[in-house]
Design a protein around this ligand. Structure first.
Ligand SMILES: Cc1ncc(COP(=O)(O)O)c(C=O)c1O
Length: 432
């Protein structure tokens, strides 16, 4: 994405980063709304087929809030939720519940009840115990839902590598080759008065660049769908291929365009279905990060600088509390001094957060102009799994989130205050 720079200051969505920081404080999550909408539009445009219906289901774990849900509604997206909390937020935003898919490997009875009460259309079952729990809950409540079963196809893919593992030890899903388990689950769903079995869900990993992984996945899934039909007379109406499409965090990353992703998946599905003389009613995908990651920026104020024998540190006013991905997965990011965009990058810095953890490092070996206290550091590509994984470790307040478009800024999530953090503190006796 081309950077917009004016007088050496970075602009996002037509607004200067220094003004954003001065007005809204730091750390600050800034979303370029036009970029978000561009991604939504591309998925809608390219994920289409003449052979089957298609649905794009946004994985709300990547980043969710009222404003995001309204954009998704506007563009006709479905929604993947994995907890009662994500479901509740969707409900409060009036998100159409017939487009919500409830995932997760350990949904509680309370969560299943909430989903059924809110008329969440599809529950994605992870395992046989959950299947029984859902059947019992639906019968007790006399409420209906559609069901997908999450299967584990024995393919794991991350970044450039995909592995055909045959390894069925993932915590997620039922092994695709465990016919007995699948048949038992499908039979008990079909025997239930309130549930209808629709098909399979699968998700093979994250930040996947090699689309061959999806092609192999599709071959496996269609083969299984064929077998279900010929051996057991079971029709798979819906196939959900999950998300995981790679994005550009650093210049080493070379993601496929959304168009390429959609066309490869649709073409492969159409070809495999034709070759197997099969049809499905609906194909779904579940992108998360590829919609929000690159539209998001984090602004930090530079505090102290420290020189050790080997490292020049820049300390910023956030850290692992607003971006845990470096500590969790050694994720790589790029940054700039947003107020010194036209100066030469002469010094190699390590950007560290303010938390009481040696692992609270955001970026290593970042080439930047000479930094000073008060500078504004921008980290790119933080729109996915940043705010949604934010914590109050060390009692830091969660940052604010703004959407910017055409020079206008909207605060969509307020900055937390210290008193917000105290709202659950109490001292009441309970009778146990
Ligand atoms: C079931 C499921 N669907 C979709 C996603 C979205 O993945 P991504 O954000 O990488 O597109 C995830 C991410 O973990 C997932 O677990």
């Amino acid at each position: 994405m081309a950077k917009e720079i004016n007088n050496g200051i970075l602009k996002v969505g037509g607004v200067s980063c220094d003004k954003l920081a001065d007005t809204c404080g730091t750390p600050l999550f800034v979303y370029d709304q036009e970029e978000l909408e561009k991604q939504l539009w591309s998925y809608k445009k390219y994920f289409r087929s003449d052979l089957f219906e298609t649905e794009i289901i946004y994985a709300s774990k990547a980043f969710t809030c009222n404003a995001m849900l309204h954009l998704l509604k506007q563009y006709g997206f479905g929604l993947d939720v994995v907890s009662g909390g994500e479901l509740y937020i969707a409900h409060k935003a009036d998100f159409p519940m017939d487009q919500v898919y409830f995932h997760g490997n350990n949904k509680t009875i309370d969560e299943l009840e909430l989903a059924l009460n809110l008329r969440c259309k599809t529950i994605v079952l992870d395992n046989d115990m959950e299947c029984k729990a859902l059947i019992d809950t639906a019968e007790r409540m006399q409420k209906s839902a559609s069901v997908l079963i999450r299967v584990n196809p024995g393919i794991t893919a991350h970044t450039h590598k995909y592995i055909i593992t045959g390894d069925m030890d993932s915590k997620f899903g039922v092994a695709l080759n465990d016919e007995k388990m699948l048949m038992e689950m499908i039979e008990s769903i079909n025997n239930s008065q309130y549930l209808s079995f629709e098909g399979f869900h699968v998700h093979i990993g994250s930040q996947i660049f090699d689309l061959k992984a999806y092609e192999i996945l599709i071959e496996r899934m269609i083969k299984r769908i064929k077998k279900m039909k010929t051996d057991y007379k079971i029709e798979i109406k819906a196939l959900n291929l999950g998300g995981g499409f790679g994005v550009r965090y650093t210049e080493e990353d070379e993601p496929n365009s959304i168009r390429e992703v959609c066309e490869r998946i649709i073409n492969k599905c159409e070809a495999e279905l034709k070759a197997s003389d099969l049809s499905i009613k609906k194909l779904m995908i579940e992108p998360g990060r590829s919609i929000v990651a690159e539209a998001g920026y984090t602004l930090y104020r530079v505090g102290y600088l420290k020189q050790t024998p080997n490292i020049s540190y820049i300390f910023v006013d956030g850290g692992m509390t607003d971006n845990i991905r470096k500590a969790l997965y050694d994720a790589k990011y790029e940054c700039d001094l947003a107020n010194k965009m036209d100066l030469k990058k002469t010094i190699k810095y390590t950007v560290a957060g303010k938390c009481c953890e040696s692992g609270d490092i955001l970026i290593e070996n970042a080439m930047l102009p000479k930094a000073q206290m008060g500078d504004l550091l921008v980290v790119y590509g933080t729109g996915a799994y940043g705010y949604s994984m934010a914590s109050n470790y060390n009692r830091l307040n969660k940052p604010a989130v703004v959407f910017v478009k055409d020079g206008k800024t909207r605060i969509v999530i307020k900055r937390e205050s210290y008193s917000d953090q105290l709202r659950f503190e109490t001292d009441e006796e309970v009778i146990v």
